[in-house]
Design a protein around this ligand. Sequence first.
Ligand code: HEC
Length: 198
Amino acid sequence: MKKVIVAVLAVSYVIAAGQALRAGQAVDGQPRYTGDMNLVRPTDYREWTFISSGLGMTYTPPSTEAQTQTGPPTFGNVFVTPSSYRSFLQTGKWPDKTVFVLEFRTSGSDASINKAGRFQSDLLSVEAEVKDARFPDGWAFFNFGPAASLQDSAAPLPVSRGCVECHTAHTAVERTFVQFYPTLMDVARRKGTVKPGF
Ligand code: HEC
């Protein structure tokens, strides 16, 4: 009887895990890959921990042509796997297998009862970043493309795309912009994990 129960539980677990995988959900907050390195786009990231959002953030001087903003400012929403968030609160560091999603949304104004200020609107694009020892550098960056044609998985971006460089040179904690996430910055200061020289 005991063996039967164990077998039934094992089968149920495999079925549940299989369903989660098909739905693009990270099992226990782990990143999922196709092939060896291509990250499967998490579809349930809106159930993860929301860290913060930036509005109309630009990273290069306004004079630079690439940065000329047309249209309304965009929101960037940052989400992280919940188990990694809890771990960061304890240690001020990100554990291996942490996944971050950066979701861009357009902003609106003067609609419904809103007169001033800006609210979030349509999805524009989705990017991700993982801390995972499977990558030579321990970290990797991904772009799933624009909302109209979101890819189900993406290959790690080459260093030439600039993600690694900016996320190495200008980040407060490891490869992440904790300086823009006020509650996490307090944790990092308390735990002494802010990078030396930041
Ligand atoms: C010139 C600097 C710069 C470059 C280049 C850059 N980022 Fe970022 N990234 C930022 C900043 C600043 C934030 C904080 C955003 C906020 O506060 O809303 C950020 C946040 C993120 C986050 C949320 C987690 C974190 O690290 O704080 C992800 C995911 C991310 N970027 C992915 C990418 C990807 C993928 C690329 C390459 C296609 C990229 N970034 C290129 C500056 C950069």
